[in-house]
Design a protein around this ligand. Structure first.
Ligand SMILES: Cc1ncc(COP(=O)(O)OP(=O)(O)O)c(N)n1
Ligand SMILES: Cc1nc(C(=O)O)sc1CCOP(=O)(O)O
Ligand SMILES: [Mg+2]
Length: 198
């Protein structure tokens, strides 16, 4: 399966309702700090919306809920991987994307046969505090050489204007949050993303 090159991340299914009709074909639901019932309901709704629009849905963090809901894709970071039951995830047939930020993390995840590898933050991000400031484009090129045929996702500080350079440096996919969610016109911005990455 070839994943779309445009990979937005949203924290609520209201965003999916708005953006899936515009041509988003790969999307992550990244919910933080919500009660279990909300998380389960949101994941089930996201699953149904993405199926209806022919889009690939990636669930961030909540691997057990994703299994229970019959989802197809998960994203896990390094700390998530410490807690996750990888054999159960694989047995359930879920595909797995993983975060990396340095050499040790990359070495660790290459042994897990991931379905994509994310590198970040390529540019500085305002979304969350991280101990890494920015990896830069040469690092994207280095990571692609190391992951080979595994799809490489560039994340962190992405914009429509930066995406072509990140793809040219070796990323297969560009993932983005605030360039869309903080934009004055998120729908128009998503249309620009779709245009720039198709
Ligand atoms: C595509 C993509 N890349 C990286 C992340 C970050 O995952 P993680 O390090 O587990 O941090 P949180 O997103 O859970 O705060 C991601 N979600 N998606
Ligand atoms: C969720 C996340 N993970 C990152 C990583 O480097 O692992 S950077 C990031 C935030 C991306 O948001 P924005 O597009 O607004 O910078
Ligand atoms: Mg996580």
């Amino acid at each position: 399966m070839t994943l779309d090159r445009f990979y937005p991340i949203f924290d609520h299914t209201d965003w999916l309702r708005r953006m899936l009709p515009l041509g988003v074909k790969l999307v992550q639901l990244r919910i933080k700090d919500q009660p279990d019932a909300v998380i389960r309901a949101e994941i089930a709704t996201a699953r149904d919306l993405c199926r209806a629009h022919g889009a690939v849905l990636v669930i961030n963090d909540y691997w057990q809920v994703a299994i229970d809901a019959g989802c197809d894709w998960l994203h896990l970071g390094q700390e998530d991987l410490d807690e996750a039951d990888l054999p159960a995830i694989r047995k359930a047939g879920l595909r797995l994307g993983v975060s990396t930020h340095d050499d040790d993390e990359l070495e660790r995840v290459l042994g897990m046969d991931p379905d994509y590898v994310a590198l970040g933050p390529v540019y500085p991000t305002i979304l969350k505090q991280m101990k890494w400031h920015q990896q830069g484009l040469p690092r994207v090129t280095e990571w692609k050489a190391r992951v080979g045929s595994i799809p490489l996702v560039g994340i962190g500080g992405m914009s429509v204007e930066r995406a072509p350079g990140v793809l040219a440096a070796g990323a297969d996919i560009v993932s983005v949050v605030t360039d869309i969610t903080l934009n004055a016109d998120p729908e128009a911005r998503v249309r620009q993303w779709v245009e720039a990455t198709r």
